[in-house]
Design a binder for this molecule. Sequence first.
Ligand code: GCV
Length: 709
Amino acid sequence: MFTPLRRWLLVLAAILLPAPALAEDGHDLWLRYRPLAAEGAAALPAAVERRGDTPTLRAAEAELIRAFAAMAGETQGRGARVVLAAAADPQVAALGLPLGDLGTEGYLIRQVRLGDAPATLVTGNSDIGVLHGAFALLRHLGSGGALAGVDLASAPRIGLRVLNHWDNLDGSVERGYSGESIWDWWTLPEYTGPRYTDYARANAALGINGTVLNNVNAKADSLTAPYIAKAAALAEVFRPYGIKVYLSARFSAPVELGGLDTADPLDPQVQAWWDAKAAEIYRAIPDFGGFLVKANSEGQPGPRDYDRSHADGANMLARAVAPHGGIVMWRAFVYADTDPDDRGKQAYTEFKPLDGQFADNVLVQVKNGAIDFQPREPFHPLFGAMPQTPLMLELQITKEYLGFNTHLAYLGTMWEEVLDADTMVRGAGSTVARVVDGSLEGHQLTGIAGVANIGADRNWSGSTFDQANWYAFGRLAWDHTLPAEAIAREWAALTFTPDPALTGPVVSMMMGSRQAVVDYMTPLGLAHLMGTGHHYGPAPWIADLARPEWNPAYYHKADRQGIGFDRTSTGSNAVAQYAAPLAARFADPATTPEADLLWFHHLPWDYRMQSGRPLWAELVHRYDRGIGNVAEMRRQWHALAPLVDAERHEQTAAFLAIQQRDAQWWRDASIAYWRSLNGLPMPGGAAAPPRDLDYYQSLSFPYAPGNTG
Ligand code: GCV
């Protein structure tokens, strides 16, 4: 019961305080259509006209109607109608618009006179192009753009823009931090609830056009008739949105499902089994995209089990899907504990000699760095090294090594860094982006993959800011020339409000966030120092795991004298895998970018850094800088409370507090360990870790999420 005084205070508060923004659970992602200010709402189109009756055009129309109704609020839009029509429509064709460069998926939005009346025309060479245009128009309006004078055109630079779900058939997600898998295999194919359509809408809005449904650590069961039917039901939902379904294929399936005694890719019976399996899949899913394969990697079966090459394995599957127009994405993520060479060199050693041997419908899928999705890695040396082979770039959207869903790290900047990296293989300007988009070597078949961070959580990605990484992947996959900062601004506007009072600080938080993680976890080119198995938190001291290259100590090689992995000619000589000018640059610590210094060099603790500090002091400085940046993000976020709904504000604030605690933990545990090796005092002014090393080593997290492998 309220006392009269309390009631009076509450009434007063209700009068004086601004109304709190409504709570939101984040489910709407970037399709969060909200009422526009009066002027913008009045300018919204009075009508949507669809010229054609296909599922795709109907989906575009439904999206616009839904969005305009929500954006208009109580106002009646009085703007010119929006017309959705593909280029073949006679009225559109008569306009002679410049659609030649749009390909089959691009769009053009322009104000025209159509049939003698003004219209905002959304068009493309196919219905899918029109759908992409409809989403582009909504993005434009949702991020503060006006309808008046709208003139937009864009086409994807990369052909296959694919999510890789590491989702298991039991509903768990390997490296997933946002709940169970969104695929409810148990109720498929009969039940295809609204979530699958929302998934398709969210992806189509970014131009993502493919999804691999199951984990690369694949079960053969995914290829059985019941699971093909389940995949077919999803394909049915996704088809109008221009999204194809792919499956991860287990290489040994002919043995496990077919009863053969071999999966040797050169065995005609094995080829026949895959041919028949592909035909069966295509009967159920006529536009099936093809297979993704992890072979001879981390215990997965593959062609090397039969002394065949990766090209032999890939080509066998390629032959099976080729008659149906399918492709094979063959992963280059291979390394073996039996190979004593630097793990970072092994994929290049294995794959480069195979250049020119892959079938035309094979792409080799290469992670951005040579180890494994670390907070920072130099670009993978395979980019530029296989000119005759389409190389697909694999990025990890889920933050396996960057603090899961509770650390705020915007990955747009990391991916921009990789895409812009210059391989120098054909002189300056031979960027990774140009290898991937095919322009460097003239490949038509091109692709980019992102390991999804999507789960059954209401907000899909485990946190609001992790949605930004899904968003950034999609936008960069469509157009890798978009600046990470512009993408962040666009996302912030669509996710919260286009008000610069919000987007300014949010973009500033995002742009520095990945470097903050690098600083407090693995500064100066250190890598793979995370806890065993789950990869959360620091464990640089681990040195006793069976596979040498799974030990953090393998990567930092710290001792009393120094720290870092010597990849020059006095060490593993991994630098020689890069084009000559880069190899020379990376061979010398003085010309190696400091961000990658300890990736390429083992240096004494007193090595003089550009700042003038000794390496040891610089390392400690970087840890503290990272923590400082997290504290600053917290401060910025706190000040944004009036502009963000309570639910999303509170969750992000709580997660930032976790991040600050963890950043401190990373710093303290790492410093305690380095000091146990180097015996050095803390650099002047820096605080010593509050606990001794034993304490940090005693921490264990057997139930950390995502560790299903
Ligand atoms: C799907 C890393 C991850 C594994 C993952 C593997 C891969 O090793 O820790 O969970 O397995 O990469 O990319 O295949």
